[in-house]
Design a protein around this ligand. Sequence first.
Ligand code: GRF
Length: 214
Amino acid sequence: MSDRAPSLDLGVLVSGRGSNLQAILDAIADGSLDATVRLVISNKPGAQALERAEKAGVATRTLPHRGFESREAFDAALVEALREAGVEWVVLAGFMRLLTPTFLGAFGGRILNIHPSLLPAFPGAHAHRDALDYGVKVTGCTVHLVDEGVDTGPIVAQRAIAVRDDDDEQRLAARLLHEEHALLVEVLRWIAADRLTVEPGSDGRRPRGITRPV
Ligand code: GRF
């Protein structure tokens, strides 16, 4: 019998382009990430991310949130689909919906989000614009565990980049996206290797992700 840990079973929630999903699929395909994407769910019909998944032979579902009578009902459908697919960890890769306790209770502590700022700066849907408007000279991206707030969960990892004087939203977002892809895959490697733990907050500290050395 092999003593190798079983590969990580992922579900990825998307709403749009899916370049972070693609980074995960590419890392799996080239053997640098020991994981399987069991299911990709989009709340937006026709999202480019769905095509990327199909091209990689990954199962997809489209669950338009507007078809549900409440946020909880939508989340319950997500949970059911992910459980049926055997998903262990959930990645929010450009998923533009807030999750309710229905979802958090089912996958609590095993949901990752990638956000294009150095949290706690610039949470929300306009991180690049907000960073440029504020005039920061350094920004970056954050992978964090998801809680009930908007981009507030325990931080697992961050990468920083310099903001250039001639940056606009598009240029900044494009440069940052490279870092997002690398960071998200790196964190998933830690999880696949069972190296990520969450240190509970105490003495006024917030909980945070801790990576055990190899
Ligand atoms: C990324 O910038 C991610 O940080 C944010 O939404 C964007 C999704 O891009 N949460 P993509 O769909 O992965 O290309």
